[in-house]
Design a protein around this ligand. Sequence first.
Ligand code: ADP
Ligand code: MG
Length: 696
Amino acid sequence: MGELVAVGAASVAEPPRIRRLDESVVNRIAAGEVIQRPVSAVKELVENSLDAGSTSISVVVKDGGLKLIQVSDNGHGIRSEDLPILCERHTTSKLSAYEDLHSIKSMGFRGEALASMTYVGHVTVTTITEGQLHGYRVSYRDGVMEHEPKPCAAVRGTQIMVENLFYNMIARRKNLQNANDDYAKIVDLISRFAIHNSSVIFSCRKHGVNRADVHTVTTLSKLDAIKTIYGISVARDLMEITVSDDNPSRSIFEMNGFISNANYTAKKTTMVLFINDRLVECTALKRAIEVVYSSTLPKASRPFIYMSIKLPCDHVDVNIHPTKREVSLLNQESLIETIQNAVESKLMNCNTTRTFQTQTVSCAPARNFTARKDTEISPSVSGTKSQKVPVNQMVRTDSRDPFGRLHAYWQDCPASQHEKKSDLASVRIAVRQRRNPRESADLTSIHELLNEIDQNIHPGLLEIVKNCTYIGLADEVFALLQHNTHLYLVNVVNVSKELMYQQVICRFAHFNAIQLSEPAPLPELLILALKDEDLESGGDNDDELRKKIAEMNTDLLKQKGEMLEEYFCININQEGNLMRLPVILEQHTPDMDHIPEFLLSLANDVDWENEKECFQAISAVLGNELTGTDDHGQDDLDQELLAEAETAWAQREWNIQHVLFPSMRLFLKPPKSMATDGTFIQVASLEKLYKIFERC
Ligand code: ADP
Ligand code: MG
C-alpha cells in the first residue's frame, strides 16, 4: 500500500508542453514512412513511369540503392512549367477531387512520393516532352528546386535519380547498410512488375555492371514473361487458372493467372499478386492458397502463384496503406473462398502429371542422410532444438525421405529397367496432354457421387494418408506405413480400388486416352474371360453358349459405345473392337491381362437404367479391373518360373511405392468404412513399444 502511494506521488509532475513540430521535421517523418527502404523508392518511381505510359523502363542501382537509384523511362515526360512544384508534397496530375479515388486507374494519387524522396535523399530529374527540342534537368531538396531548370539534351521520357538516400536518417542508413539485401529486393520487385506488364521492356542492373539482372523483351504472353524472368524450370510447372464471379451478393471479380503444379518444388511461396493492375500483398489470400497446397500436395513444396484480379474500381479501397502495399476489397472473404475453391479443383482435376522421381537405392544411405539434413532443414526446424522431443516420440517427419524405408536395407533391385519405363511413361503423358479440351461435364449424378465421396471422408485417416511415410510391402496385400509415432498395415488392394474409383469420378469426361496398339476384338476377349467362369450347364455346348453370351455382350457394349466414349473414354468401334482406354492415374498403364475380365464385368455388372448407379458401377469396374494392383493369382505364380515371379513382384512393389502411394497421398479421400474394414490397421505405437522396452 505504502509503495503505491510513493509511486503515485513520484509521478505527479508538471505536464510537458505541447509544441508544433517544425515543418521540415514533419515532412521528414512522413517521408520516412512512405519511403521505408530503397526498394520502396524504386516501386514509386517505376509506378510513376508506368503511369506515364512508358513501354521501356530501366533501373540502375548502386550500393543497394543507398548511393544511387536511377529510373529511366520513355513515357510522356513532365511539362517544364510543372517542374517548380513537381516535388512539393501533395502535388499530382492524377487526382483532383476526393471522389476520383473511387475510379482511379493510375497507381499514384497522393502526390507524395517524389516529395518524400527529396526529404530523405537528393533527387535530380531530367525530362523532355514530345515536340520539344531539348529537355530540362533540375535537382531538388526538401520539396523545392535547388536551382532553375537547366536546358539539356534528352531522349524521350523521364529520368529520375535519387542519390544518398537516408543521408539524414543515420540509424536507418546504418541498419540498411548492414542488411545489404535491398538489391535482391529491387530485382524481385522489377521481376514482378515485368510479369504483369509483359508488354513493357524492363531492365535492372547494378551501377557499373553491363549485364542486367532482369532483362525482358516485349511479349503478350504472361507465361513467356515468367519464362524469361523465373526460367523455364518454373514456367514448365505452371498451370493457367481463371475464375470469375458475377454475383453481387457474393463478389464480382475476374481472376486469371498461373499456379504451380505438383512437380514444382520450393521452400518459399512466391506470390505475385496484382489487383486492378496494382502490385499488392494480400496475406489472407496467400494463406488460403497455401492451405490448399499443403492439404492437396505433399508437404514440402510451397506454391508459385501469379494472379491478376480485376474488380470494379469502387469495390477497392486503394488508400489504406502508407506505401499502397495493401488494398481493401469489398466482400474479400467470398472472393478468397471462390479463388481457393478454383485452385483446389485445378489441383485435383488437372490430370496432374507428377513425374515421380525414381530413386535408386544407395548402399550408403546414412551419408546421404546427413548431407541432406544439413542443406534441407529449414531454419525454423533447427531453431526448435531447445524444445526437446521426447526420445520415444522421435520419428522421421519428412514423409518423402527415403531413408528408413525397408528398401534401403535391400539389395539393389533391377531399377534401371523400371527407370526406363517411367521415362517412357512421362513421354507418353506429355503426348497425351495435347488432347482436345472438352466441355466440362455437368451432370447432377456425378456431382452427387463427388459429394458422397467428400462427405464420407474419415478425417483421421485423411491425416494419415496425407502425411504418412511408406516403409515397404509386408506381404502381397499389406504395406507398412508410418505416421508420427504409429505404424499401420494398409491393404493396398482396397486402397487402390477406392483411389481408382474416386479418380474415375473426378476425371469424369476429362480423361486422357491410351490408344491400343492393335484393335482388340470384344467377342474373343469376352470368350477368354468366360472360360475362367464356371458355366452352369457344363458339357459340350459350353463353347456355343460362351460364343452366344460374348456376342450378346458385344452388342450391348456397342450400343452403349457413345456414352462409354464420351464420359469414360472407353472407345469401342462399330466392328466391335476395343480401341482406347482411359488413363486413370498418370504413370499407371493398365495391365492388359485384365482386359477380358474388365469387359465382362462391364457388360454384366452395370445397371444401365439408372444414371447415377450406372456411372458408379462403371467407375467401380474401371477401378477394380484395370488397376492391376491385385495379385496375379496364386495359380499363375506357381506355374511361372521363379525368376519371372520375382520380376513381377519387384515390378508390383515398384508400382505400389512410386505410383500408388504418391497418388494416394495426393488424391485419396479415405471413406469412413476404411477405418473399420481392415484396410488400415494400427500395429504399433512407438510410445507403447518404449514402455515395453523400459520394462525389459
Ligand atoms: P503521384 O504519382 O501520386 O501523382 P508523385 O510524387 O509520384 O505523385 O509524382 C508527382 C507527379 O509527377 C505525378 O502526378 C506525375 O504527373 C509526375 N511524374 C512523376 N514521375 C513521372 C514520370 N516518370 N513521367 C512523367 N510524369 C511523372
Ligand atoms: Mg507516384
